[in-house]
Design a binder for this molecule. Structure first.
Ligand SMILES: Nc1ncnc2c1ncn2[C@@H]1O[C@H](COP(=O)(O)OP(=O)(O)OP(=O)(O)O)[C@@H](O)[C@H]1O
Length: 254
């Protein structure tokens, strides 16, 4: 059996102090993700998706429960350890690409390695290898302002991957892309997942982007409401996702 890359156990997040008005944003959420899985997280606005992502990404702390990433319990870690863990084990892809405009594409991709003080002689092969995986080797010397939105998103993906993290966390990565570039980024993520074994957790509102995943977890009111697996074609999975989303809109949902 494959190892878990992510193990979320009885996770609770309550915003607000005991003396204040409290809000239970995550309510006993438990699930696991196997190494090499591509999992989507969906749910209505306010369901708790960002809260879940923030806790898994170590940017926020849980009220209780545990999160294990590649076997390490991050809920037991101190701040300094968390920063090291985040920069070595996690890769992030956000909606706004967060590229530094005064650095070249090469320098942007190299950034996580430079920050980890990786030796210069090891940086070049790592950047070139990830650029080849993502088909952006021809634009390494360009500046972000001169490349397209889709290329920027692939550069952001390369930067998320260059240090070979255990898990990639993607938050609405196609949100700012037109449909052609969105499709291209999703195909890139599938390629990384299928051919390079990259484990990816994708939070999205977009059913079409979600249809590229193998499995979708639906969150509603801070709880895991349902999970569906892709069994056949992507278009059939797209329809399955739309069917679950329609239940959220229905007032007589149990
Ligand atoms: N810092 C905070 N203090 C109090 N409540 C918060 C805080 N952050 C989020 N919440 C509440 O927790 C709930 C979950 O928020 P969250 O941002 O995780 O939802 P979401 O599913 O990501 O929504 P969206 O799809 O709109 O981004 C919401 O009701 C929100 O108002």
């Amino acid at each position: 059996m494959k190892q878990s890359v992510l193990d979320v156990h009885q996770l609770n997040k309550i915003y607000g102090k005991k003396s204040e008005k409290q809000f239970h944003a995550l309510n006993s959420v438990s699930f696991a993700m196997a190494e090499g899985e591509f999992v989507g997280v969906m749910g209505p606005s306010g369901a708790g998706k960002t809260t879940l992502l923030n806790v898994i990404s170590t940017l926020d702390t849980a009220t209780n429960g545990s999160v294990k990433i590649a076997g390490t319990d991050i809920t037991a870690m101190k701040q300094g350890q968390l920063a090291d863990f985040r920069s070595s084990q996690l890769g992030f892809i956000f909606q706004d690409f967060n590229l530094l405009e005064n650095l070249t594409v090469y320098e942007n991709i190299a950034l996580p390695l430079s920050l980890q003080s990786v030796a210069v002689r090891n940086i070049k092969p790592a950047v070139e290898s990830v650029a080849t995986k993502l088909g952006i080797e021809a634009i390494l010397n360009k500046y972000p302002v001169t490349i397209s939105g889709g290329q920027k998103q692939r550069v952001a993906a390369a930067r998320a991957l260059v240090h070979e993290p255990a898990l990639i966390l993607a938050d609405e990565p196609t949100g700012a892309l037109d449909s052609k570039n969105a499709r291209s980024l999703m195909e890139t993520m599938v390629h990384l997942n299928e051919n390079h074994g990259t484990s990816i957790m994708l939070v999205t509102h977009d059913p079409l982007s979600a249809s590229y995943c193998e499995r979708i977890l639906f969150i509603q009111d801070g709880k895991l409401y349902k999970e569906i697996h892709r069994n056949s074609t992507r278009s059939a999975f797209h329809q399955d996702i739309l069917d679950v989303l329609a239940q959220f809109a229905s007032p007589d949902m149990d």
